[in-house]
Design a protein around this ligand. Structure first.
Ligand code: G6P
Length: 522
């Protein structure tokens, strides 16, 4: 491993973070755009932390309660930036962060961050992987995009620099700490998350050779015929960036296969499908499928807390005697909330027997309001909800409860009371709500699930599967789920919950580390 040196940006600054206590395996470095905490400054000027949002964070937070972990993330809010600037290297005060991983927040220049996060990650890579471009109009790659791509490279470099610093600091700490005294010399392993950081694996491999690196994609991966929409060099850079890792993980076989197909087509990489390996420029990357699931005990314990119980009581009172169809989503373009509402409208139009007997509880929480497409989509959801309320609402019956303000406890409450969960994304890496719903539901729920969610692989046999574009099929599935006998619903729900809990975050994560530990020694 390379020595920390004054010539390398920030070389060796993080020695204070790791003093060589993790004897056998060495520390773990996590990198993701959004970190485990979000910092705010109160009226008294004091900084305080609360848990960061999003599925990636909740999956990783469940495994990050270890002192030999460093989590590198971007400073997102003004509070985050204030906290990052309060220390010389962005390594947050442990008293502020609380238990769990040490956190280093990167104070990325705002213009660089905006171009990288909104311009490339959210408006380009996310759209490609979800195949959601309105292609007669978008995308168009011109000089503006070249500037955004440059910023994206810089953003990835800042992460790679921070990870390389930490890897070198770990090596220095190990050389002087208890691990060295016991004869071990643990090496830091880096686990890099998602499309935001697709270039970082290769950059880290160049900066800290010998560091075992895993990358994990939390989204779908586009098949070659769609992926070719990216400018040629950009498409190749993304693939080469991930292939800088020793292990590349995906949520289901379909996305892993698409990635491998792109490597073969655009890099002419050597693909060994039997051994799940891709070789490019003399480096071998193993490909793994790690279907992230739910820690059922932890989730149920959270859903038994007082704030959830009070929201259950309120919801049960306002919907007394009705069956509940529940959906919980961030309002992302991929979640297909408008067609879900259209399907509910069709159910009520074609099956009047459900009038007065069912309520659709739709939680559609804000997401990425910096992007105009997202603001327009949120408005479309609200318009469709109003139409349904106008067409079917009566003094004794509110057919639809749409809530757009995020309230985690209320989401848990709705899942506990659900008779049917509706999860109908156009395309989704996994969709954890499909897994959480059956685990939480008190009486057992039916699950109407899109064939295009990664979760379909594990949950498909026990769910009612739908084509997310087929509103009539979705309406029919909602009817079947509502009409299902209690015994059948309970049986299916039990099977869904068992499948959902089969790969808890701890196992999902340790499987990736195990894959790194199996690497041949070079
Ligand atoms: C979506 C993607 C995830 C990604 C997340 C980031 O849910 O499917 O893979 O990590 O967005 O969300 P953010 O709010 O941080 O942009």
């Amino acid at each position: 491993m390379a020595e920390a040196g004054p010539g390398h940006p920030g070389g060796g600054r993080l020695v204070s973070w790791y003093m060589g206590d993790a004897e056998a395996t060495g520390p773990v470095l996590i990198a993701s755009n959004r970190g485990p905490v979000s910092i705010t400054r109160g009226d008294d000027g004091r900084l305080s932390a609360k848990r960061g949002g999003g599925g990636v964070v909740s999956g990783l937070s469940a495994v990050a309660d270890e002192s030999d972990m460093l989590w590198v993330c971007a400073a997102l809010s003004t509070g985050d930036r204030a906290a990052a600037r309060a220390t010389p290297d962005g390594l947050l005060d442990p008293d502020l962060v609380g238990d769990g991983a040490a956190v280093r927040m990167l104070d990325i220049p705002p213009a660089t961050f905006q171009r990288a996060y909104n311009g490339v990650a959210n408006s380009t890579l996310w759209f490609v992987h979800h195949m959601l471009y309105d292609s007669p109009n978008r995308p168009s790659f011109g000089p503006g995009f070249a500037r955004e791509w440059e910023a994206f490279r810089r953003y990835n470099e800042m992460f790679a620099d921070a990870l390389a610093d930490a890897a070198r600091a770990a090596a220095d700490g190990a050389a002087t700490g208890s691990a060295a005294q016991s004869g071990g010399c643990p090496v830091a392993r880096a686990v890099i998350q998602d499309y935001h950081l697709c270039l970082a694996p290769q950059m880290l491999a160049e900066r800290a050779p010998g560091t075992p690196i895993a990358h994990f994609s939390h989204t779908p991966w586009a098949p070659p015929d769609y992926y070719r929409m990216l400018p040629r060099d950009v498409g190749r850079d993304v693939l080469t960036g991930i292939l800088g890792a020793d292990h590349a993980g995906f949520l289901c076989r379909r996305w892993a296969d698409a990635f491998v197909d792109c490597c073969a087509e655009f890099l002419d990489a050597k693909v060994d499908r039997g051994r799940s390996q891709v070789t490019h420029a003399g480096h071998v990357t193993s490909i793994g499928v790690h279907p992230l699931g739910v820690d059922a005990d932890r989730l149920r314990a959270r859903a038994a807390e007082r704030d959830v119980l009070s929201r259950m009581a309120a919801l049960a009172e306002s919907t007394a005697g009705k069956q509940l169809i529940v959906r919980v989503d961030r309002t992302e373009l991929s979640k297909n909330i408008v067609r879900g509402l259209e399907a509910y409208r069709e159910l009520l139009r074609t099956r009047p027997e459900w009038h007065g007997k069912v309520v659709h509880v739709a939680f559609a929480y804000p997401s990425r309001h910096d992007l105009p497409e997202y603001r327009e989509y949120t408005a479309a959801v609200q318009r469709m909800a109003l139409q349904i309320q106008d067409e079917f609402g009566s003094p004794g019956w509110d057919p639809l409860l749409l809530e757009v303000n995020d309230d985690y406890a209320r989401s848990l409450a709705a899942c506990r009371l659900a008779d049917v969960m509706l999860v109908n994304p156009i395309r989704d890496g996994m969709n954890l709500v499909a897994k959480e719903g059956p685990i939480l539901s008190d009486r057992g729920c039916g699950l109407v699930l899109s064939t295009e969610a990664g979760a379909a692989d594990e949950l498909g046999p026990h769910a009612l599967m739908v084509n997310p574009f087929d509103i009539s099929q979705t309406a029919q599935a909602l009817h079947e789920a509502l009409a299902m006998s209690a015994t059948e619903r309970e049986r299916r729900s039990g099977a869904l919950a068992a499948a959902a809990a089969a790969m808890p975050p701890s196992r999902w994560f340790s499987d990736q580390l195990d894959a790194l530990d199996r690497l041949p020694v070079v």
